[in-house]
Design a protein around this ligand. Structure first.
Ligand code: SF4
Ligand code: SF4
Length: 287
């Protein structure tokens, strides 16, 4: 059905283009005005360049069959090494100073010790961001990932307002547009964040990796084993060094989900910053 819709949009664009091709200056062309009226304009006022609009890969919105991806972040191990952020930047062709993961300094009360808290997108099972999108540009896959189709996104930013975790970022500039060759290499999954100026981006759990049973790049890059990633259906997560039962890890270490009371049902669990084996250092990570 969606493919059919894409085809009709393409046909419409092609029809418009061919309509223009046959016209000479002085001939008129019928167009739809922003207020919904049909207007006739001189064909010489029309820019003949019609961009090649990529077709969305809607079929992969179904996700990896049988999987339910889940992440666990162990706050007791995080030293703000920043390697997750740099790996995320590299994976998504972002400038070095930007990534989809934030690492915030947290302190629960005056008398408790501060700790570092990495925050990716939580890929909520009840995602408010998806509900508000007026054009179906952001969506939930069956494997748990919340994706964005940047070719469909109109940049209204409703989803940024709806996300209670500030997981989404707006692409204001052109400086990190993907080069054509790089784009071809990675745009093979609809849930992969890609860079289109004036649209919204976020952590995507690296679907180009996870669909091949590989760990997301932030998980692999962390030298302290902070991130675990796996499949809730199999009840298994791994940080690259150790593979453990998800249910047991959460039960034994008192795992919780951030702002659970909002009802968003995040797919990211946190383990509390208890029994730390190193002192907290308020230093910025090396780049
Ligand atoms: S963390 Fe925010 S952007 Fe990510 S799925 Fe949840 S509501 Fe949406
Ligand atoms: S900014 Fe894009 S993804 Fe977000 S709600 Fe608007 S159209 Fe949807």
């Amino acid at each position: 059905m969606e493919d059919q819709q894409n085809n009709s949009r393409r046909k419409f664009l092609k029809a418009g283009l061919s309509q223009h091709k046959d016209k000479k200056p002085g001939d008129t062309i019928k167009l739809l005005s922003p207020d919904g009226q049909i207007v006739e304009v001189d064909s010489s006022f029309i820019n003949p360049h019609i961009p090649d609009i990529p077709v969305s890969h809607h079929n992969v919105r179904e996700g990896v069959p049988g999987k339910k991806f889940v992440m666990v972040i162990d706050l007791s191990k995080c030293k703000n090494a920043g390697k997750c952020r740099s790996a995320c930047s590299k994976m998504h062709y972002l400038p070095k100073d930007r990534s989809y993961i934030k690492i915030n300094k947290m302190q629960d009360s005056e008398k408790t010790a501060p700790y570092w808290m990495p925050t990716p997108c939580f890929h909520c099972d009840n995602p408010p961001c998806v509900k508000v999108c007026p054009v179906d540009a952001t969506f939930k896959l069956t494997d748990g990932i919340v994706g964005i189709d940047n070719n469909r996104c109109i940049g209204c930013r409703f989803c940024m307002v709806a996300c209670p975790y500030s997981a989404r970022v707006f692409n204001w500039d052109t400086e990190y547009q993907l080069k054509e060759e790089e784009f071809k290499n990675i745009k093979h999954h609809a849930a992969c964040s890609s860079h289109v100026r004036g649209t919204v981006e976020k952590c995507d759990f690296c679907p180009s990796k996870t669909q091949n049973n590989e760990l997301p790049d932030c998980v692999n890059a962390c030298p302290n084993g902070v991130f675990y990633f796996g499949d809730e259906n199999e009840d298994v997560v791994s940080n690259g060094d150790e593979t453990v039962r998800l249910s047991q890890l959460i039960r034994d270490k008192a795992g919780y989900r951030y702002l659970e009371e909002l009802g968003t049902k995040p797919r990211v669990y946190y383990l509390p910053p208890a029994n730390r084996q190193f002192p907290f250092k308020d230093a910025q990570p090396e780049s």
